[in-house]
Design a protein around this ligand. Structure first.
Ligand code: PLP
Length: 435
C-alpha cells in the first residue's frame, strides 16, 4: 500500500513513511485507500495479534516487513488489553483497559509497534539510528521504554525540567545506555524547538542519523486500530450488537484509529470524542471553523492540545466539519467534572480511574438514559490511575496500588543531564554521551 501526504500528491511506501514520520512537504501520511473487511473474515481470529495480522496485512503489502508482521505483533501485544463490564444501572457499558503496558498508558502500544518496525528496518549497531523525542510527560516514557536496549537504536528524550510529575520523570530517566534523558531548562515548547533545530542541522543529522518518533507517525496509528477491531468483534460475537466507543481525545490519534477501524468494516456503532477544556474540536463541529490555538492546562494533562495534529488526517480521509459532525459525537469535560468523575467512578464502579479516563466515564453519563440504553458503550481507559496519584488519591481518599511494571520502573535508578535550551548544548550532550 502507498501512503499519500495530506498536503500534496507525493506518496511513499510503508517503510519510507515509518522512517520519515512526516512527508517532505510537512504533511502527514495517510493510506491511499482503506481496505474493507466483513466480520466473517475474522472468524478464525480470536486474539489481538491474530486479528491485527488480518487487519494490518494490506498496509504491509509492499513492505519489507511483511514476513515479520506476526513477530512484530507478538512483541507489541506482550500484555493483555481487557474489556471489563461495568456495573451500570442503565444499558450496558464496559471499560477498554489500554493501560497494562510498561509505562501504564495506551501510548505503549503505538510506541512498541513503531520500535519493533524501526529496529528491523534501520537498527544497525555500526551506525545507530537516534530517535529524538520532546515530551510533556507521557510520550517520552513510552518511546524510551519501547526502544530501551534495542540494538542499533538510540533515544534522546527532552523534557521540561520541573514540569513533569515525579513518577513521570522517573519513567523518562531510568533506562539503559542507549537512552539519553535531557532535562531542559525551559518549557515543553523549548524541548520541541530543540528537536526541530536538531532535525534541521544537516551535520548533526548525518552524524547521529536522527529520526523522530512523534505521535503523528503512521506506525503509531495503525496498531491502535487493532484494539478497536478486537474489542468490537468480541462484543459483537457475544451480543450481536455493534458497540459505541467514548474516547478521551487530545491529539486525536487514538480516536482516529477507531474511526479507521469503523471505515474498514469493523462492527462499531457511534463514536464519541471526549475532550477536556481544550475545545478546538467541539468548536469546529459547532461553528465549522477550524481555529487551532494555544493549549490550556487541565487535570488531564496528556490531552492538553490546542492544535490536534491528526485533524489534518481526519479532514483529508473523511471530510470537513459538516461531514464529520454527522458521523461523530463530541463532548468536552471541565476540570470540576473530571474530579467529580473520579469520585463517582470509585463509588459506583469500585475502582479508581485516571483523569483522562474519567473524561470518558463523565461523557458517558452526559449521554443520557436513552443513548445509554440504545447502544452498548465501551469507554476507553487510556492510563492507569497510579500514574496520576497526586490528583486521584486525594479525591478517593485512599492510595492506588502500583501495577507491577510501573513499580519495577520506579525502583530502577534514575539519571538525566540538565541542559539549557540551545542547540549547541544539545550537540555537546550528544558528543559527551554517544561520542
Ligand atoms: C496521549 C493521551 C491521551 C490523548 O490521546 P490522543 O491520541 O492524543 O488523542 C489520552 N489519555 C492519555 C493518558 C494519554 O497519554
Amino acid at each position: 500500500m502507498r501512503f499519500a501526504s495530506t498536503r500534496s500528491h507525493a506518496s511513499a511506501g510503508l517503510d519510507e513513511a515509518l522512517v520519515k514520520g512526516i512527508a517532505d512537504d510537512g504533511g502527514l501520511f495517510v493510506p491511499v485507500e482503506l481496505p474493507t473487511f466483513s466480520v466473517t473474515e475474522f472468524d478464525d481470529a480470536h486474539t489481538i495479534p491474530e486479528i491485527a495480522a488480518i487487519l494490518l496485512r494490506p498496509f504491509f503489502s509492499d513492505s519489507s516487513l511483511i514476513d515479520d508482521l506476526e513477530a512484530i505483533l507478538a512483541e507489541t501485544f506482550s500484555f493483555p488489553i481487557p474489556l471489563t463490564a461495568l456495573p451500570v444501572a442503565n444499558g450496558k457499558a464496559s471499560l477498554l483497559e489500554l493501560y497494562h503496558g510498561p509505562t501504564a498508558a495506551f501510548k505503549d502500544i503505538g510506541a512498541g509497534f513503531l520500535a519493533a518496525c524501526l529496529t528491523r528496518l534501520e537498527g544497525d549497531p555500526a551506525a545507530p539510528l537516534t530517535i529524538l523525542v520532546a515530551t510533556s510527560g507521557d510520550t517520552g516514557g513510552a518511546v524510551a521504554a519501547a526502544f530501551n536496549e534495542r540494538p542499533g537504536m538510540r533515544v534522546v528524550v527532552l523534557f521540561p525540567d520541573g514540569r513533569v510529575s515525579a513518577r513521570q520523570e522517573h519513567q523518562l530517566t531510568c533506562w539503559s545506555d542507549n537512552v539519553l534523558s535531557l532535562s531542559v531548562a525551559g518549557a515543553f515548547d523549548d524541548c520541541q524547538a530543540l528537536v526541530k533545530a536538531a532535525l534541521a542541522d544537516s551535520e548533526l543529522c548525518e552524524r547521529y542519523r536522527f529520526s523522530s518518533a512523534n505521535s503523528i507517525n503512521i506506525g503509531r496509528l495503525l496498531p491502535q486500530s487493532t484494539y478497536y477491531a478486537d474489542a468490537s468483534l468480541r462484543h459483537f460475537r457475544e451480543t450481536g450488537n455493534k458497540p459505541g466507543f467514548v474516547i478521551p481525545t487530545g491529539n486525536l490519534g487514538n480516536a482516529l484509529a477507531c474511526i479507521m477501524a469503523r471505515e474498514m468494516g469493523l462492527p462499531i456503532g457511534p463514536i464519541v470524542l471526549a475532550t477536556n477544556a481544550n475545545k478546538t474540536i467541539p468548536e469546529y463541529f459547532d461553528t465549522l471553523q477550524w481555529l487551532p490555538r494555544a493549549s490550556v492546562r487541565t487535570l488531564a494533562s496528556a490531552m492538553d492540545v490546542g492544535d490536534p495534529s491528526n485533524m489534518e488526517r481526519l479532514r483529508s480521509m473523511v471530510g470537513e466539519a459538516d461531514v464529520l459532525r454527522d458521523r461523530l459525537g463530541v463532548f468536552s469535560v471541565e476540570d470540576e467534572q473530571i474530579e467529580a468523575g473520579i469520585r463517582r467512578d470509585f463509588a459506583e464502579f469500585g475502582f479508581a480511574t485516571c483523569p483522562h479516563t474519567a473524561i470518558a466515564t463523565q461523557t458517558w453519563r452526559q449521554l443520557g438514559e436513552e443513548a445509554q440504553r440504545n447502544t452498548d458503550w465501551i469507554l476507553v481507559a487510556t492510563a492507569h490511575p497510579a500514574k496520576f496519584e497526586t490528583i486521584v488519591e486525594p479525591l478517593i481518599g485512599t492510595t492506588v496500588p502500583l501495577p507491577d511494571d510501573l513499580s519495577a520502573i520506579l525502583s530502577r535508578p534514575s539519571r538525566s543531564i540538565p541542559i539549557d535550551p540551545q542547540l549547541e548544548n544539545l550537540a555537546a550532550a550528544l558528543e559527551r554521551y554517544f561520542g
